[in-house]
Design a protein around this ligand. Structure first.
Ligand SMILES: *Cc1c(COP(=O)(O)O)cnc(C)c1O
Length: 402
């Protein structure tokens, strides 16, 4: 069995944590993290089994509860996020649902930014509503709207910043203060920023959730997710909820994600740098008002993003002025960039939110979120930025943008 090596790392910098934190080598001394592809574990004696089940002896019992490879991933991500505790999940949505469902009960009220990921909206209006948890959606950028939405029963706030797909930026510290004044938790979906560019816990949030499917894998291979927060929140709420509802991360996926974390800082910085150059190029071709990227000086979220982020991320939203037909012409003319609704991948990917990720919303709801018919969302990958700009330039030509 893997030796339980203590990984004290107070003075390791983020890049070192991404490569080294959580590594628990077995007696074989393998260089790379071992893949414990096992559902169960065996015990020397019946007494040992009884003691582990009673929580009186250290050790694994079943991979739905915990697994050594999954544990390495959890410890590495917690170290990168500077969180007390982390629990991995089978997908990002399992993480969001666990964070909400482990904390909220019937009769509680939730305030959510209107700009949350589509499936987050669906679980708030679907299962959580059926379980008696009420909600109010607000424009996440409007601090007064958060204040006004609070009720006596409000126990949680949830937001995503920068948001999908509009790249709206929300003031995490100020919103955390409003939540805490009413005894509510702030949950932040940090997928677009990644732990490299934004630390919601340090800004005052209580819980961070990830879809590890995105930049953490970063190579388009596996689904995964994680919930991070205080030791008490994870151990007393999230862990019992997840252990018994079963959204466990596969050890294989955890192993892939561990290797993803090693290169996460390098990839995210490179993608962000390319995204900055592409956003500047697009602002010149389309006009700054048609490009949303927090790194652009004219972007409404720019000043706030500078304060709370260490970089502006790999996603850009921009609008083709003539609407959906022109957006489709542009996308279909791309030769290098792929059409896909995924994001955070090494390969640059583009999607048309109104007809894909946000097609379940009505046109009015989309308009309220700033998602127009001509808007496309670009996830900038790791290709040479000059090749990406050349591809975009020829496709803009083909779509009739002069
Ligand atoms: C993809 C995504 C999710 C959901 O993650 P899955 O791994 O697909 O379940 C949640 N939030 C954001 C912002 C995402 O991009």
């Amino acid at each position: 069995m893997a030796e339980k090596k203590e990984t004290a790392l107070p003075d390791w910098r983020p890049q070192t944590r991404a490569v080294r934190a959580g590594l628990a080598r077995s007696e074989h001394g393998e260089t790379a993290e071992a893949l414990y592809l096992t559902s169960g574990f065996v015990y020397e004696t019946a007494q040992e089994a009884a003691a582990r089940f009673a929580g009186e002896a250290e050790g694994y019992v079943y991979s739905r509860y915990a697994n050594p490879t999954v544990r390495m991933f959890e410890e590495r991500l917690a170290a990168l996020e500077e969180a007390e505790a982390c629990m991995a999940t089978a997908s990002g949505m399992a993480a969001v649902f666990a964070a909400l469902a482990a904390h909220l009960s019937a009769g509680d009220h939730l305030v959510a930014a209107r700009q949350v990921f589509g499936s987050v909206n669906r679980i708030i209006t679907g299962p959580l509503s059926r379980f008696g948890i009420t909600h109010t959606f607000v424009d996440g950028r409007d601090l007064n709207a958060w204040r006004k939405a609070v009720r006596q029963q409000t126990r949680a706030f949830i937001l995503e910043s920068p948001a999908n797909p509009t790249l709206d930026v929300m003031d995490i510290a100020a919103i955390a203060e409003i939540a805490h004044a009413h005894g509510a938790l702030l949950i932040v979906d940090n997928v677009f920023a990644t732990p490299v560019l934004q630390k919601p816990l340090a800004l005052g949030a209580d819980v961070v959730v990830y879809s590890a499917t995105k930049h953490i894998d970063g190579q388009g291979r596996v689904l995964g997710g994680a919930v991070l927060g205080s030791r008490a929140f994870i151990d007393d709420h999230v862990q019992p909820f997840l252990r018994h509802t079963g959204a466990a991360l596969s050890p294989f996926n955890a192993w892939v994600l561990l290797k993803g974390l090693e290169t996460l800082p390098v990839r995210v910085r490179s993608m962000s740098e390319s995204a900055g150059a592409i956003a500047a190029f697009l602002a010149e071709r389309l006009g700054a008002e048609n490009v949303r990227y927090p790194g652009l000086p004219d972007d409404p979220g720019h000043a706030l993003a500078r304060r709370q982020m260490a970089g502006f991320g790999s996603l850009i939203a921009f609008t083709l002025p003539e609407g959906r037909a022109q957006a489709f012409r542009f996308m279909n003319a791309l030769k290098l960039i792929d059409i896909s609704n995924n994001l955070g991948d090494a390969k640059s990917l583009i999607t048309h939110p109104a007809s894909t990720t946000h097609s379940a919303l009505s046109e009015e709801e989309r308009a309220a979120q700033g998602i127009g018919e001509g808007m496309v969302r670009l996830s900038v990958g790791l290709e040479d930025v000059e090749d990406l700009i050349a591809d975009i330039a020829q496709a803009l030509d083909a779509a009739g943008i002069t």
